[in-house]
Design a protein. Structure first.
Length: 125
């Protein structure tokens, strides 16, 4: 008689993405880092903004990033993104180099100016 084993579930929503992006191997593409950043913000939104619309969450996160920004053009500095990640308790889940890779790929002007547009950062919220 052959014993039947349960078939493992390979996809369980955000948990699968979290496990897939926590690998320590580095690749040339910043896609795993981008997924990791999206997962960080999505986890925080689900835990703290579950009763709110996702658009309200995006608005409040962007306002928090712009609040102390020294730029008048509405672009967000990487230090402000790092500060928000630290405030939500996720600074240990993404490195500065991963964050820079994501922002450079998202906004080509970031490499020259050290800031990213609000539209680009909202894609990760």
């Amino acid at each position: 008689m052959i014993a039947q084993r349960p078939v493992p579930i390979l996809f369980r929503g955000m948990n699968y993405m979290r496990r897939a992006t926590h690998s320590s191997s580095r690749t040339m593409s910043s896609e795993p880092a981008a997924q990791k950043l999206k997962c960080i913000f999505e986890d925080y939104r689900q835990q703290n903004y579950s009763d709110e619309l996702p658009s309200r969450f995006k608005k409040q996160m962007i306002q928090a990033m712009l609040r102390r920004s020294q730029r008048a053009d509405g672009r967000i500095l990487i230090q402000e993104i790092e500060r928000v990640l630290d405030n939500i308790g996720a600074s240990d889940r993404v490195t500065k180099s991963e964050l820079e890779d994501v922002l450079i790929e998202a906004d080509q002007e970031y490499a020259a100016e050290g800031a990213v547009s609000v539209q680009r950062i909202s894609e990760y919220l």
